[in-house]
Each structure stands twice: as C-alpha cells, then as structure tokens.
Design a binder for this molecule. Structure first.
Ligand code: AMP
Ligand code: ZN
Length: 114
C-alpha cells in the first residue's frame, strides 16, 4: 500500500516514536495526542477498516489487544484506566485507512464520546 501513511511508518519511510514492535505489530505515540497517553497500535498487515478484517486475521487482532496490555503497563495507566478505540469510516471520524487501536489514558474521560 504505497499511499498508506501507516504502511510508510512500518517501512521506516516516515519516522515515529516507537514504543513496541514485533513481527506482526507496531505501536507508536500519536502525532497529535488527545490525552497524556495516546498510542496507536497497528498490524503490519495492511487492513483498511474493521470491515475488511478476515477470519484468518483473528490472531493478529488478538495480538493488538495483548500489545495494548503491555503498552498501558509501560505508560503506567493500567490501574487508573484508559480507552481503546477503533474508528471506522466517516461517522466515526476515521482519517487513516489502516486499522489502528487508539490507546488513550492519563486523564479522566467522558461518556458518551462526542
Ligand atoms: P483516526 O482518526 O481514528 O483514523 O486516527 C488517525 C490517527 O493517526 C490520528 O489520531 C492522528 O493524529 C494519527 N496520525 C496521523 N499521522 C500520524 C503520524 N505520522 N504519526 C503518528 N500518528 C499519526
Ligand atoms: Zn497501510
């Protein structure tokens, strides 16, 4: 995916503040943080939205949550609490079409979200 900004980050063509990486997953700080902790966890496989996830991606998606668990420990927000968010398509405000889990913490958040 040549035009995908997150694929470019995975390929090292765009820099990022990397927090965690393995064969399947990359986690890095969001460039425009909306909370003191705002991390993006992405699969190295390009998947545009949750709508495109295939059954065979189930381990990969599971690994994103396992990574989230490690990230919140690194960031020290696991006890206070945090949000894990996937935005999908227009109404949810998705702007980058390579699935990513937002992990946000370090401040109290309201519900319902805007
Ligand atoms: P979404 O609106 O859910 O698609 O989220 C996309 C997120 O990617 C936003 O929070 C952006 O701030 C973030 N973002 C966009 N470009 C970069 C980048 N080069 N490095 C880190 N985060 C980025
Ligand atoms: Zn991509």
């Amino acid at each position: 995916m040549q035009e995908c900004i997150f694929c470019k980050i995975i390929d090292g063509k765009i820099p990022c503040k990397k927090l965690f990486e393995n064969e399947h997953i990359l986690a890095f700080d969001d460039i425009e943080p909306q909370a003191p902790t705002h991390v993006l966890i992405i699969p190295k496989k390009h998947i545009s939205t949750i709508n495109e996830i295939q059954f065979e991606d189930k381990n990969l998606i599971g690994e994103m949550f396992i990574s989230a668990k490690e990230i919140v420990k690194i960031k020290g927000v696991q006890k206070q609490g945090y949000r894990t968010i996937f935005n999908t398509n227009e109404y949810a405000g998705q702007t980058v079409f390579h699935i990513h889990m937002h992990v946000m913490g370090g401040r109290r958040m309201s519900w319902p979200p805007g």
